[in-house]
Design a protein around this ligand. Sequence first.
Ligand SMILES: C[S@@+](CC[C@H](N)C(=O)[O-])C[C@H]1O[C@@H](n2cnc3c(N)ncnc32)[C@H](O)[C@@H]1O
Ligand SMILES: *[C@@H]1O[C@H](CO)[C@@H](O)[C@H](O)[C@H]1NC(C)=O
Ligand SMILES: *[C@@H]1O[C@H](CO)[C@@H](O)[C@H](O)[C@H]1NC(C)=O
Ligand SMILES: CC(=O)N[C@H]1CO[C@H](CO)[C@@H](O)[C@@H]1O
Length: 244
Amino acid sequence: MKSCLMKFCRLVLLALTLPLNVMEITGLCGAYKRFFPFLAYNVTFSYNAKMHRIKRDLFRDVGRFANTDGSLRLLEIGCGSGANFSFYPCGCTVTCTDPNPHFHRYLQLSMDANQHLTYDAFIVARGEDMKEVQDESVDVVVCTLVLCSVSNVQQVLQEIRRILRTGGAFFFLEHVVSDPSSWTFFFQHVLEPLWYYLGDGCRITRATWKDLEAAGFSELHLKQIEAPNVTSMIRPHIMGFSIK
Ligand SMILES: C[S@@+](CC[C@H](N)C(=O)[O-])C[C@H]1O[C@@H](n2cnc3c(N)ncnc32)[C@H](O)[C@@H]1O
Ligand SMILES: *[C@@H]1O[C@H](CO)[C@@H](O)[C@H](O)[C@H]1NC(C)=O
Ligand SMILES: *[C@@H]1O[C@H](CO)[C@@H](O)[C@H](O)[C@H]1NC(C)=O
Ligand SMILES: CC(=O)N[C@H]1CO[C@H](CO)[C@@H](O)[C@@H]1O
């Protein structure tokens, strides 16, 4: 009963967002691509304030993957406005990648505020295809709130395995689908078609931990958590790291 209602409500939302779908196909969403970084930059401050302790715990282990000479090459996929720089250890060389070039202004502000790091290029690329980055050329890859937005999670994870050196690590913090018995699960499925457009391609019903389990890393350290004080649609999160 609940599941029929869920499917029905989702259909209604799908129908309501049909004009947005047409706009996407005909390329009229270009203006939103420009506007989204501004929106994301604005929203990211309140999210990051709430996630401060969680991110500190998550990124505490990054330093473990430095080389014997202390150097550490870190690549961030879907870096957006650069919300994680303050957590990276001194001496890190950071490469930023994002398919949306309009983040650059905001990224620069975060770089200016975090001068303990060295910044390599900003590469405009999708995580599914990072051909500019050589095989086994980085020690750490980071994704936060990115695997919800990519078109092919498995393909991104295989690209990450390709560019990581053996023994390197992939750190992630992602919101995921809720427990199927919860009302959050219900509303995530109903609202997803609309959320997809407002969130620039963000999907709120992904069971991303399944992709991480299937990706073929040699170790996976994963925790399921509820993000404190974040809207229930994106409260369930996974965090942790996998090692190549
Ligand atoms: C919600 S934002 C998160 C930004 C940033 N990582 C943070 O934690 O604030 C999602 C980001 O994923 C990027 N993105 C969308 N599709 C992508 C893809 N296929 N590959 C890599 N990044 C993608 C978007 O441009 C956006 O910067
Ligand atoms: C976000 O936007 C609101 C409304 O325009 C504004 O009051 C607030 O200062 C902005 N926050 C940041 C961090 O830019
Ligand atoms: C969440 O909200 C409660 C009540 O407003 C507050 O006491 C707590 O510090 C907040 N936690 C975080 C991590 O922001
Ligand atoms: C752009 C952005 O969200 N930067 C945040 C990165 O994280 C630090 C520490 O939590 C915040 O102070 C920044 O505002």
